[in-house]
Design a binder for this molecule. Structure first.
Ligand code: FAD
Length: 514
């Protein structure tokens, strides 16, 4: 056992050096206690029972960890990547490194809460002090609920008004450079550091690099996150005039920031981004929430707060905020939707972009989520969550679930009769169908007038355009107009059944439809 004590900072989501209060705390404590400092990340196999991770997100994580290791080197440290389950590994580390303090960022996901409770109990047994800091979101959900007299704000506007009464926490400075005395010497009984603790390669992560799409264009890591954010911030017009509904779901270059994958992994701090947006706004005319860029970050805050305080948030049954809707299990529909083979070119283009690139525009997400659930296929939003969870670079438990609840009109949004057309919606921003031609290349010779509805083209012309429907591209899986009609009546019945009177929630009383 090492004689000098060690302070550990455990990276989980906040994979960054900037604005990381728990990291700063660990570095300060290591210096003042004259201890060793080690920054660790655990490759926890258990996490895969909690979520599905597709090759693209593994790639993003691997790049994020490599970048974090480089950034830690700038403060005279490094990243120790530990292979193993935290519950089994921590007791070994506590002994091996003579740990006296463990710091980490508090998380709200049920898997993390359970895991962290076990680790905290183990730490107690080994006499290891634990410090948790909150930096996942701008506003700590606990403080929001406290400010709202113990209940969760269930609408965006209510959230906004509660948050406006809270002090906005400012980002903390980067940690200071560690003195050499805080850098652990190699313990003779351990394997050489680099052999055990290096950031794994994709192959070591079990990812076949041939599965990583050549189209993936968003590199992982804090350095890229800050570069991307700063580049966006330079465009003052974009920041000040940003109105989400006016951005395009099907432009070939993203019409929004694509900072979500970085925010998901915590490679970018939400409060830093928020502060920077406010700096750009200062003294200038700018758009306002909910549609502004600031408003987008508030959506994130809103969903996090509801997620942190709602029992069974990620399922329909037992979830008090979720309307109970008799969705059907339909593996054939689900597979067709997932693989971009629904026969609706706009829907298929979005789903193929999702699989290839790991990111799709918010309104693209609207279109395919509505299509899978109440719009056309009548599959459960829970099925949709799982597919998004696998493919999205930014897959985030709180946000993915919250938005699916919204789109399926299961919670937050109740105008179920407003259904996206899988034909007309995309045409508004891309009448020529360039986006479809890119992601559904078998249709690239179809003229703009028919590319959204290729089934209307005569067989002769289908042959002329090199893509026969039913042979080279699927027939429509459902007839939208008929499916929508039937689903509207099903939604109407589900809403009629739903209790609209006052319900009990863990936070107190509220109106089911508030
Ligand atoms: P911008 O418009 O540039 O917004 C900046 C940031 O604000 C985003 O990076 C994100 O952190 C936050 N934000 C924006 N819109 C929302 C929103 N509606 N809800 C919560 N936060 C928001 N976002 C995720 O980060 N992870 C998910 O798993 C996720 N799943 C979704 C599932 C569905 C069905 C839908 C409809 C939306 C989902 N979103 C999710 C929300 C939203 O689509 C993405 O955050 C956004 O498209 C990311 O692109 P951007 O960074 O360019 O966003």
């Amino acid at each position: 056992m090492a004689s000098k004590t060690t302070v550990i900072h455990w990276f989980r989501k906040g994979l960054r050096v900037h604005d990381n209060p728990a990291l700063v705390r660990a570095v300060e404590e290591a210096i003042s206690r004259k201890s060793y400092f080690r920054a660790i990340f655990m490759l926890d196999p258990g996490i895969l029972s909690w979520m599905t991770v597709g090759p693209n997100r593994w790639r993003f994580l691997q790049e994020t960890l490599s970048d974090l290791d480089e950034n830690l080197k700038k403060i005279n440290s490094r990243l120790y990547v530990i292979r193993g389950n935290p519950n089994e590994t921590f007791p070994k580390l506590f002994k091996l490194w003579n740990v006296e303090l463990l710091t980490f960022e508090h998380d709200i996901e049920p898997y993390s809460i359970e895991r962290d409770e076990i680790v905290k109990n183990q730490a107690e047994k080994f006499n290891v002090e634990v410090i948790e800091e909150y930096s996942l979101t701008i506003f700590n959900p606990e403080l929001v609920v406290q400010k709202n007299r113990g209940s969760t704000p269930m609408t965006y506007q209510k959230f906004l008004s509660v948050a406006s009464e809270l002090k906005v926490p400012q980002p903390v400075d980067n940690p200071t450079k560690l003195p050499n005395s805080c850098i652990p010497e190699l313990d003779k009984n351990e394997l050489k550091d680099e052999e055990v603790y290096d950031v794994p390669t994709l192959e070591q992560l079990g990812v076949n690099s041939s599965e990583i799409s050549e189209y993936s264009r968003f590199p992982g890591g804090e350095t890229e996150a800050l570069r991307r954010m700063n580049e966006k911030l330079k465009d003052v017009k974009f920041i000040c005039e940003f109105e989400k509904p006016n951005t395009s779901p099907n432009s070939l270059e993203p019409s929004t920031t694509v900072l979500s994958p970085y925010l998901k992994f915590g490679a970018l701090s939400a409060r830093l981004f928020y502060q920077k947006i406010k700096e750009v706004y200062r003294g200038r005319k700018h758009s306002s929430p909910p549609v502004s860029l600031e408003g987008q970050l508030i959506w994130r805050e809103f969903y996090y707060t509801v997620a942190a305080t709602t029992e069974n948030y990620d399922r329909m049954v037992g979830n008090k905020i979720c309307t109970q809707i008799p969705w059907k299990t339909n593996p054939k529909y689900l597979e067709a939707w997932k693989n971009g083979r629904s026969g609706y070119p706009f829907i298929d283009a979005i789903m193929r972009q999702l699989k290839q690139e790991g990111w799709i525009h918010h309104l693209g997400r609207h279109a395919v989520a509505c299509f899978l659930t109440r719009g056309d296929l009548w599959c459960s939003w829970e099925d949709g969550v799982k597919v998004f969870e696998e493919f999205l670079l930014d897959a985030d438990w709180a946000l993915n679930t919250g938005n699916w609840l919204w789109l399926s009109a299961s919670a937050f949004f109740h105008q179920y009769y407003r259904v996206y057309s899988p034909i007309a919606f995309g045409k508004k921003t891309d009448p020529e169908g360039k986006y479809i031609k890119k992601y559904v290349p078998e249709l690239r010779k179809y003229p703009s007038g028919s590319i959204y509805e290729p089934w209307k083209v005569s067989l002769e012309n289908q042959k002329k355009y090199g893509c026969v429907i039913g042979t080279d591209y699927p027939h429509r899986i459902v007839i939208h107009e008929d499916a929508m009609k039937e689903n509207l009546s099903r939604m109407k019945a589900a809403y009629a059944k739903k209790k609209v009177d006052v319900e009990e929630t863990p936070q107190g009383k509220r109106k089911a439809d508030s």
